[in-house]
Design a protein around this ligand. Structure first.
Ligand code: AR6
Length: 177
């Protein structure tokens, strides 16, 4: 099931909320800052323990890592790193799609039956909202209702697009009639 809500992702009592993090994974502005503030210092410590894959990089762009949610109502935080938008010709769509795919896979691996996404990359990283939403919806649909032989996840996973603004929520509503 796909749901669109407008609100603050840190208030959602779901199995996993997704964080639009950066490669260092130690907090930042935007939704990342909000998640760390509510989750508390334990989240910082858990992120710090995530091994670096190269100096200063705990999560490369497009990949995802999981931690507990600590003081959040959500059980887990899935940290993913969206692409910084340049012109759309530098692999940004593929990287953004990978964020959704890898986050959904990690949620499923960890037994989650509900997951909420913010509008990854569309804040500080500057990804155009409509284009980003199209990718988000396409990837979630592909995960929930695959066309080929893969398992349908429709009944196993509730996916929430948690939009901070009414504008963003309307962008998603226009894609999910
Ligand atoms: N709940 C839901 N959505 C939110 C919240 C919230 N509490 N707060 C902001 N948003 P951004 P990015 C929305 O900038 O573009 C950080 O510094 C916001 O309105 O948080 O992927 C990281 O550390 C927008 O729609 O993430 C990285 O360095 C969306 O979340 C960098 O920003 C994403 O905006 C990542 O930039």
């Amino acid at each position: 099931m796909i749901k669109i809500i407008q609100g603050d992702i840190t208030t959602l009592a779901v199995d996993a909320i997704v964080n639009a993090a950066n490669q260092v994974m130690l907090g930042g502005g935007g939704v990342d800052g909000a998640i760390h503030r509510v989750a508390g210092y334990e989240l910082y410590k858990a992120c710090f323990k995530v091994p670096e894959v190269s100096p200063g990089v705990r999560c490369p762009t497009g990949e995802a890592r999981i931690t507990p949610g600590f003081k959040l109502p959500a059980k887990f935080v899935i940290h993913t790193v969206g692409p910084v938008y340049r012109d759309g010709q530098h692999g940004e769509p593929e990287k953004l799609a990978a964020c959704y795919r890898n986050s959904l896979a990690l949620a499923a691996e960890n037994g989650c039956t509900s997951i909420a996404f913010p509008c990854i990359s569309t804040g500080i990283y500057g990804y155009p909202k409509e284009a980003a939403a199209q990718i988000a919806v396409r990837e979630v649909r592909e995960f929930l209702f695959p066309t080929e032989t893969q398992r349908r996840r429709e009944e196993e996973m509730e996916v929430i697009f948690c939009c901070f603004s009414e504008y963003d929520a309307n962008v998603y509503r226009s894609l999910i009639a």
